[in-house]
Design a protein around this ligand. Sequence first.
Ligand SMILES: *[C@@H]1O[C@H](CO)[C@@H](O)[C@H](O)[C@H]1NC(C)=O
Ligand SMILES: *[C@@H]1O[C@H](CO)[C@@H](O)[C@H](O)[C@H]1NC(C)=O
Ligand SMILES: *[C@@H]1O[C@H](CO)[C@@H](O)[C@H](O)[C@H]1NC(C)=O
Ligand SMILES: *[C@@H]1O[C@H](CO)[C@@H](O)[C@H](O)[C@H]1NC(C)=O
Ligand SMILES: *[C@@H]1O[C@H](CO)[C@@H](O)[C@H](O)[C@H]1NC(C)=O
Ligand SMILES: *[C@@H]1O[C@H](CO)[C@@H](O)[C@H](O)[C@H]1NC(C)=O
Length: 605
Amino acid sequence: MGSPLLVVLLLFLHSFSMAAADLAADGAALMAFRSAVGQGVLSWNTSASPCSWKGVTCKGGRVTSLRLPGSSLIGQIPAGTLANLSDLRTLSLRSNALDGLLPSDLARSSQLRNLYLQGNRFSGDIPAFLPELRALTRLSLADNNFSGEIPQSLNNLTHLTTLYLQNNRLTGGIMDLNIPNLRQFNVSYNRLNGSVPAKLQRMPANSFLGTQLCGRPLSPCPSEAPPSPAPDSSSSSNLSGGAIAGIAIGAVAAFLILAVVLFLTCRRKREPGSRRISEVPAAKPTDGIGSHPSPAVAPATAGTMKQLMFIGSAPRVYDLEDLLRASAEVLGKGTFGTAYKVGLEAGLVLVVKRLKDVNLQENEFREKIAAISAIDHPNVVPLRAYYYSREEKLLVYDYIRGGSLHSLLHGSRSSSRAALTLESRISIALSAASAIAFMHSTSPNFSHGNIKSSNILVSSSSESLVSDAAVAHLAGGASYASTAPAGYCAPEVTDVRRVSQKADVYSFGVVLLELLTARSPAQGNLDDGGVDLPRWVKALSREEHVGELFDPELLKNETVGNEITKLLKLGIVCTADHPDQRPAMIEVVAKIAEIRRLTVSHTKD
Ligand SMILES: *[C@@H]1O[C@H](CO)[C@@H](O)[C@H](O)[C@H]1NC(C)=O
Ligand SMILES: *[C@@H]1O[C@H](CO)[C@@H](O)[C@H](O)[C@H]1NC(C)=O
Ligand SMILES: *[C@@H]1O[C@H](CO)[C@@H](O)[C@H](O)[C@H]1NC(C)=O
Ligand SMILES: *[C@@H]1O[C@H](CO)[C@@H](O)[C@H](O)[C@H]1NC(C)=O
Ligand SMILES: *[C@@H]1O[C@H](CO)[C@@H](O)[C@H](O)[C@H]1NC(C)=O
Ligand SMILES: *[C@@H]1O[C@H](CO)[C@@H](O)[C@H](O)[C@H]1NC(C)=O
């Protein structure tokens, strides 16, 4: 009987065309958005799926995030554009030249969780519809031209953890703002007055800079008595500028004394001859790698104590001492240093990377760190802080649970490899590729420089994060030239500090081949007597034995079908010997996205 089959087929085609219609509507909304504010600056290929467009991410066949930071968007966003993206969860339009009011139909975006609009020229009141976006967890309207009062209805946003309103023209007081999970809050540089509400008094004083606000954590309000009358300020209820300066100087002095004590304690605890973290300022540049200038011991004055530098709005809940005191576990040793997993007492887990042989001057180091910390992409492990002294350079990252792709593929637990289905392998490849493509889009000279499976961290079956971005650029010393490590490094690379974007594509291609074959490129343990992975794959794929190439765990549930073959071919073109024959990373992303759509439509039947 053909009819039940026909019904099933029709149902399938129906659901398929519904999904396609939704995505087509998303595409139309994005096109309308582009023609209003991004004409000529967003080069989206309209004959390809919207999911492959720059800045657009999809899930389940719908557009779920739109990230166009610093994309030269200009003008006013009209209604009937962004609000039509009904599955949108993340909207980032920061650092553009958007102005006017936000379109009021954005109230329909009930899935919206992250709304980043900082660094534009939006004006008018804080939109009255914002409290209707019940799912919002992060909201930044900072660095705009918003005016009027902060509406108390923001209290309806109970999931909010971040609220940034600094550098606007907001007026009036902060009424009883009471949002339970709010952790990051900033209203600095607005024309606000009145007292800080009780629920916000736990925020740091620099959440309220440049305002007329008073009360904890700022100076007491004129009407109220100071909370703990200090002998020298009790005479006046309103603190004079001089008194504030005095308190500030006192606080700095107290800090310096504390710093000296910490420094001395830290010194005493260490074995003689071992490295110290706290270090003297670079009095004169070290000349030559590995030369340790003998006068490493400097007078232990507090002024020379260097601090951990936090990046952006990273929570400042630990300091260098905490990192040094905490229990640490070696995660891995790489070309550029050693990574430790560090558990802090507060339950926070971080990764601290201790760089070796960096001989950049501090200002150069800072410049490179600034470029690294500007990579704000959901699939890049964020850099939270760094420490620079002459002898010691540390980078502090978030710790990603789940393990690296390397350990999943080659670790002792074969179950973790078996759990990597074709679909999840494709998704892992796609999120890593989009992260790398994003890095490449920031500047033609910017590359990751050290792509390998141990730098791809798998956070879930469909997400991966790229770590160690551009750390290669921090490396110094001639020892890196001509020591290109085998395995992932493109043949033309002679100096691992100067890896081109096309060399990144090569390394990524090796990772793709590794994902499909589960053979480790770094170990040289291939059957074929130490031939590198791309060469081995290329040789076997020309013969009849293509089936032998693939990870047997993968083939337990898959046949060597269209998707696997396409992915293998992509790995092969990425690892072409000549850089010009390799595709650009953005094309790699488009290709994997297309392959993923094939698998998704496949698994529906
Ligand atoms: C947005 O949705 C509305 C109503 O569903 C529709 O009329 C409008 O044409 C859509 N806008 C675009 C640009 O597709
Ligand atoms: C646009 O996408 C189509 C379909 O994927 C493709 O054939 C075409 O080459 C692409 N055009 C450009 C300029 O990338
Ligand atoms: C906020 O929530 C209250 C109570 O749930 C409701 O009455 C009010 O209309 C909401 N305000 C907005 C602007 O959504
Ligand atoms: C900011 O908004 C005010 C009106 O509220 C307007 O006069 C001013 O020109 C705006 N500034 C910018 C830079 O757009
Ligand atoms: C805040 O400033 C406005 C206008 O300058 C003034 O009318 C109001 O009384 C002030 N509020 C407080 C609590 O000082
Ligand atoms: C708040 O914003 C101001 C101005 O951008 C900045 O100086 C300050 O450090 C910020 N404070 C917090 C807690 O993020």
